[in-house]
Each structure stands twice: as structure tokens, then as C-alpha cells.
Design a protein around this ligand. Sequence first.
Ligand code: SAM
Length: 277
Amino acid sequence: MGEDARTRWDQAAQHWGRHAERIDEEAEPVTDWLLAAIAPGPGETVVELGAGPGGVGLRAARAVTPGGHVLITDIAPEMVDIARRRAQDLELSTVSFEVADAMALPLPDAGIGAVVCRFALQAMSDPACALREMLRVLRPGGRLAFAVWAGAGANPGTAAAMAAIHEAAGEPPATARPAIFSLADEAILASLLDDTGFTDVRLEHVTGERRYETFEQWWELRLRLPPGAQETWESLNPQTREGIERGLRERVAAYRRDDALVFGWDALVACARRPPR
Ligand SMILES: C[S@@+](CC[C@H](N)C(=O)[O-])C[C@H]1O[C@@H](n2cnc3c(N)ncnc32)[C@H](O)[C@@H]1O
């Protein structure tokens, strides 16, 4: 399973690299919330899991100086390379990088001050296992903050694109719990954190808007960023693609505003602590 995820995300990584600045800009309110929740300070060790291009860890890097350290990790080596290049461009010296499966972290017990994870937990095959690993590596009293996507209804752009891609693949529609919305239930998420052994659990929503000049700009991103979507799409014959794209164009026309497509988004953000000894 790990190998499969690594290969699929490696294939999507070049697009994440190309659009990293835009992705970080759109997710800025989420990153602000996550960093405020863990409040990294000088001398601390912070780990980012499922970091992709590393947008959260790179921002935390300056907060831990002097004496601290940020470790940026992802299961996909290509993603880790992108994060490393971005850190070099920013001339950050307090950051290191490691290819790591969040469900089997290559880290000792109880050594980390804070763990952060933006929009990656829902992409993991066993989120409960990843949470157990996060608890294990945190020192007593250490902080966790992560973000997942709220439900399909509150994320209409992503939901419409997912539905089209699932339709293309002849699979159930996006409402049938695609992975991207699989952790959207607050009550389930809260009990998952409680059951894992976290304390001081807090869940909130952070919302915003994404704006695209054209349908094509939006659709290209929605096809290229999720692993496997582009391959599914390209495996279809041109007539089928055309029909699905026409339907999608009509469906999202309702989100046209001031000559742009504007989609609201909604993230479920959570923070918690490993209980102090
Ligand atoms: C939706 S992307 C989010 C990337 C980044 N955190 C961001 O917010 O821009 C999900 C990331 O999770 C990573 N990922 C998926 N399964 C993983 C696992 N088991 N362990 C670590 N990373 C994983 C993928 O490689 C990908 O980079």
C-alpha cells in the first residue's frame, strides 16, 4: 500500500511543484490556524507529515530559531525534493528532509515538540495508524495540528471535479465517500483523536474562496493535482471526455462571478496534545 501511494504521489509531484506557490497562497488561512495552534518557538523540533512541497514546515522554520529545527517529510521522494529546493531558494538552514510514511515514522518515541499535517491525513490508507504514530513521536505535552477537507457540500468545486473524474472511471459518484472527504465528520474525527489518546482536542472550520480566470485553468488543476486523475481522464476516448466536460462546464457555471469561477472551500482543522506525563 505504501509503495502504491508513493508511486501515485510521485507521478503527481511535478504539478504540485509547479503550483506550490498558488497552493500555499490558497491555503494560507489554514496554515495560519495550524501554526497558531502549535505555536512553534525557539529551540523546538517540529515535524511536518505528508508535507508535499512543504508549505507549512517552511513557514515554521523561522519560528524555531535559534536552536530549533523543522523536519519536512512525505511518502513521495519527488515531493520531498520539491520541498528541499524551495528551502534552498529561501536560504533556510534549520530545515531537514526525509522520505517517510506517516504510518511508520522513522523517529524515536517522545522526541518531538509539535507535529503538523495539512490536507494529508485523509490521503493515508489508515489515518488511525498515522495518529498513533504522531502520538508516539510527540514528547509528553507535545502539540498536534492538522487539516482535512470538510464535506463535499461545502467544497463544491472539488466535489464537482471529483464527480466528473469518478463518472469518467465508471465508479460511484464523489458523494460515495471519496478519500478526499473521508475525514469530514467532526464527531468521528474527535473520537478518533480521543481513542488514540490525545487530550485538549479542539476542532474548528476554516473557510475561504478559490478564484480561477477560466474553466480550463480550474479543470487543469483539478485533473493534475489528485494522483491518478489525469491518467483516468486520458484513458477515455475523446467523445466521452467531451461529453463529461460539457456537463461539468454547465454544472459549474453557477459559480461564475465577475468573469471568474469562484468556489468556496471549507477545511476542518484540529489540534490536540499528547497528555503530559
Ligand atoms: C493532498 S497532498 C497535500 C500536500 C501538502 N501537505 C499541502 O497541503 O500542500 C497529500 C500529501 O500526502 C502525502 N502522503 C500520502 N500518503 C502518505 C503517507 N502514508 N505518509 C506520508 N505522506 C503521505 C502525498 O505524497 C502528498 O504529498
